[in-house]
Design a protein around this ligand. Structure first.
Ligand code: BGC
Length: 899
């Protein structure tokens, strides 16, 4: 062990590698920079890095041992230091029998399985933490709010169910704007108390001495502990717990444990199903219509309440049932207090100082989307597990199964480990096979954690499915069925735009019609700018990519024959129609589209929006046509006849696939591939000028528009666009496509280096999806240092809410999935895109080991990767390619390789 003992005061950190010489050296805080930066500077100043930090300040706070008063604030230095040093931080008081190793291992285990927030935060930061601590199971998401909170500027206690959308219309500047939202459902998690008939307790910093909110990722249990001191000196400890049922996905369970620590008195517990809720999570949407529900019925008798409602436009019926139990509370007075839209229950009892009183609430949610019978009768009949303890035990077991399958274990970096687990956790709460098998839903860009982007489903699915497919291919099938079930809507959308085939909408909700807004509020100018993002027709390519990715890993012929192939053919038909031949050059052009870079909506000074020959789109179309051609050659004639009939696909179309895929146009300047036709005519942007003025220039579009300018005029990108195809495809496939298109590249390495360098200089990372894609591209370009930096920024993007408030509106699921995928596919280097697994690690020097399991074409693999070795075990005889060489594997025999 290499410990560093430290003592923290307002002005400095004194440190030493010996417990007895603590004042040996010191680091003086620089008051001009933030604490986080100070700790980073401190770390950078150390010549020898420790592997455990021991804080010698005595523990003064009950709920966090390393919370320290610092410049008038209480700061959780344990977590702050762990986030910078990525090693365990313990307190001297925990060093039981001077066993540092044991204490340190214990902390590694704790820190890598818990997402904790000590203390209360405010505004968007608090909202963001609630998004991060959402519990759920793919069916519903319940934000990690204090049970006592109602929607306010600091708290937002929302509940969402996958697929429950509703449309409302708002008149803006003389026109009706219709928005479809993922609906915030009645709040059944509300529980609070009052003392001696006083006012119900509200979350208020002035009476909360300590607060700790701890999400246990291993078991899915959220525990919130409050130490309260009321104005009259009465002290209480409240421990509130929430857990979602992973199997019976309708249910969640709450436990409220209240202890009047220094007084006897009357406690009244209040609990509600509050149907007055509206959608008000996103500040800039707040002046739009937001009341989506009509409450139909409230039955509130005998400790059971049922609230029934329906969505005003989509008419989704909904029933919420709650059961209360409190076996340890003796002779309570139970009463019911209903209001128009609220079912309230109260429980009064005389409490004794020092006793803990347990109050439990079971909640069940049903909608007419997944429940065929009358939702109210189903809710009424519903039976819960006997107690909270049973629910927590069962959830822990179910999560154990999840982790067995999808835990990506990192040795040597507790921050990365914690956040990768958080990502896996969030991926699972957003969707899981046990729920999604019964749902007609896919994953929205924010999962089920907030109302950002209104819960809509985007091309982000591609980034999520890259992860899901390795650990849970069955789930991917259910997600893809969401798209299949909306194929008709995609055909109609194409038709209404004068096209053949299937054109999936950029933003998809309940029906699969286009849900992108037509105008978007610019927070800098406070004006509504037109939003042309719907022209990102590449979303259909993402749908096709996902179908092919799933088929590649699962070989699910049945899916392909009944659902996948017809989707691919319909999408191909759309692109055939979009490709227009220039007879003079023999080249095809795809016009009137946008690439993933949302800054470019059209050409400078042109009235109409849309671009020509977006490189990403054209390359992916060529790739798709090649794949569809291959499928046509392998599927049986029966299957083809059937699907050709359904998609109205003909032999002429087969010929077109082949012709177009060899002749789509790309634009080059030397070896730089143009983002779209005409890109090289755009001006270069003086990034430094804006950086000086604004600091953060990631949303350059908004900045330029505020200067009466537009990013359309410049070579500036929000996120990876031109090179996205290199993220999706293997290098070999990418360069083969370029050759097929008539642009053979002789020096692949030079092409990658030059293009990555060129585009990263012009990218502001205005989307969380940008850094992670560039991180992978930079690994290809051998810039491991910048790749690591961008990877870490992507990994921590929601944790630090690096976009300054967007996590408040929900976590960003795409970057979470992509980050996990980068670790397994590129750092560990297990590339699953070919016919056999290809192994070529790029192990970061900061990590000691990466361990994980994955499925590949029906075989279960287990990998352990270190800086110089790989160990592999497969559950069937198979083969892999290890750094370019074929290698047979025997079933269940672990082999160790060095590289
Ligand atoms: C990104 C898109 C993404 C969307 C939803 C936008 O900011 O530019 O690529 O699909 O967010 O996550």
């Amino acid at each position: 062990m290499k410990p560093m003992y430290i003592k923290i005061t307002d002005s400095q950190i004194s440190y030493s590698n010996s417990e007895n010489a603590i004042d040996e050296k010191s680091y003086n805080f620089d008051s001009n920079i933030e604490l986080k930066q100070n700790l980073q500077t401190f770390k950078d100043s150390l010549s020898d890095q420790p592997n455990v930090i021991v804080i010698t300040n005595p523990s003064r706070f009950l709920l966090k041992k390393n919370a320290i008063e610092f410049l008038g604030q209480v700061v959780d230095f344990g977590t702050e230091l762990e986030n910078i040093f990525h090693i365990p931080v313990i307190n001297i008081e925990e060093k039981v029998d001077s066993d540092l190793l044991l204490a340190s291992e214990h902390e590694v285990d704790y820190a890598t399985w818990h997402l904790d927030y000590y203390g209360l935060d405010h505004g968007k930061r608090q909202y963001g933490q609630e998004s991060m601590q959402t519990i759920g199971n793919g069916y519903f998401g319940l934000r990690g709010t204090y049970l006592e909170a109602k929607a306010s500027d600091d708290n937002y206690p929302a509940t969402y169910i996958a697929g429950v959308f509703n449309q409302l219309s708002t008149p803006i500047n003389g026109r009706d704007i219709i928005n479809e939202d993922l609906v915030n459902l009645p709040n059944a998690q509300y529980i609070t108390f009052s003392i001696n008939d006083g006012q119900p307790f509200k979350i208020d910093k002035s009476v909360i001495k300590e607060s700790n909110r701890s999400l246990d990722l291993k078991t899915g249990l959220l525990t919130i502990t409050l130490l309260i001191q009321l104005e009259d000196g009465k002290e209480l400890q409240v421990i509130e717990k929430k857990v979602a049922d992973m199997q019976n996905y309708h249910d969640y369970y709450l436990q409220y444990a209240i202890n009047p620590m220094n007084f006897n008195g009357k406690i009244t517990i209040y609990t509600q199903i509050d149907g007055t809720v509206v959608n008000s999570n996103v500040e800039r949407y707040r002046n739009l219509a937001n009341k989506h529900l009509v409450i139909d019925q409230i039955d509130n008798i005998d400790k059971t309440a049922v609230l029934a409602a329906h969505t005003v436009q989509s008419d989704i019926k909904l029933a919420i049932k709650t059961d209360l139990h409190y076996p340890t509370i003796v002779n309570p007075l139970y009463s019911v207090h209903n209001e128009d839209e609220i079912a309230e229950q109260r429980l009064e009892f005389n409490a004794q100082a020092g006793e803990t009183y347990y109050f439990e609430k079971d909640v069940s949610l049903f909608t007419s989307l997944e429940t065929k019978e009358n939702v109210v009768s189903v809710a009424e009949k519903h039976q819960f597990l006997p107690s909270f303890a049973d629910a927590a035990k069962q959830a822990a077991k179910d999560w154990q199964k999840v982790w067995k399958q999808e835990d990506v274990v990192i040795t040597g970096d507790i921050t990365a480990q914690k956040l990768l687990r958080l990502n896996s956790y969030s991926m699972t709460t957003a969707a899981q096979a046990d729920a999604n098998k019964d749902l007609d839903a896919s994953v929205g860009s924010r999962g089920l954690t907030g109302e950002g982007y209104r819960g809509h489903i985007f091309w982000d699915e591609l980034f999520d499915i890259n992860f899901y497919v390795l650990h849970n291919p069955e789930l991917v099938k259910y997600l893809l069925m969401y798209r299949y079930n909306r194929l008709k809507a995609a055909l109609d959308y194409a038709e209404s735009n004068g096209h053949n085939g299937a054109m999936y909408p950029w933003q998809s909700g309940l029906y699969g019609d286009e849900q992108s807004q037509e105008v978007h509020l610019n927070p800098i100018t406070n004006k509504w700018d037109p939003d042309n993002s719907r022209k990102q027709r590449h979303v259909s390519l993402a749908v096709a990519y996902n179908v092919l990715n799933y088929f590649h890993l699962s070989h699910d012929e049945k899916f392909m024959q009944h659902y996948g192939l017809v989707m691919l053919l319909d999408i191909a038909k759309f692109w055939i129609d979009m490709s227009k031949l220039d007879k003079n050059t023999g080249k095809y052009t795809i016009a009137n589209v946008m690439g993933p870079d949302e800054f470019h909506e059209g050409y400078p000074d042109k009235e109409e929006s849309g671009l020509k020959n977006n490189a990403y789109t054209n390359i992916m179309v060529s790739w798709l046509f090649k794949k569809v051609g291959e499928l046509i050659n392998t599927e049986s004639s029966d299957v083809l006849d059937n699907n050709f009939r359904k998609a109205n696909f003909s032999d002429i179309d087969i010929q077109k696939l082949d012709d177009i895929r060899h002749n789509l146009k790309l634009d080059f300047q030397d070896d730089i591939l143009g983002q779209f036709e005409g890109y090289f005519d755009l001006k270069r942007l003086d990034f430094d000028k804006y950086r000086k003025q604004y600091g953060n220039i990631s949303r350059m579009d908004r900045i330029l528009k505020a200067h009466d300018d537009t990013p359309d005029n410049y070579q500036v990108a929000k996120q990876a666009d031109t090179l996205m195809a290199l993220f999706n495809l293997t290098d070999q496939d990418f360069f083969d496509i370029l050759s097929d298109l008539g642009y053979p590249i002789t020096n692949h390495e030079m092409f990658i280096n030059d293009n990555v360098k060129y585009y990263i200089e012009r990218t502001t990372h205005g989307s969380t999806l940008s850094r992670i894609v560039y991180s992978m591209l930079l690994l290809k370009a051998d810039d491991t240092k910048t790749a690591w930096k961008l990877f870490y920024e992507a990994l921590t993007s929601d944790y630090y809410d690096i976009q300054g408030g967007t996590t408040a509106e929900g976590i960003h699921l795409g970057v979470m999935g992509a980050t996990l995928n980068l670790v397994t596919s590129f750092f560990a280097g297990i590339d699953y895109r070919g016919d056999v697994l290809e192994i070529d690690p790029n192990m970061p020097e900061q990590w000691e080991e990466i361990d994980f399991k994955m499925n590949f074409k029906g075989t279960q693999f287990k990998f352990q990767i270190t800086s110089d070795g790989v160990s592999i075990k497969a559950n069937q005889d198979t083969e892999v390619i290890f750094i370019g060489k074929k290698l047979p594997l025997t079933a269940n025999l672990e082999i160790q390789l060095t590289y």
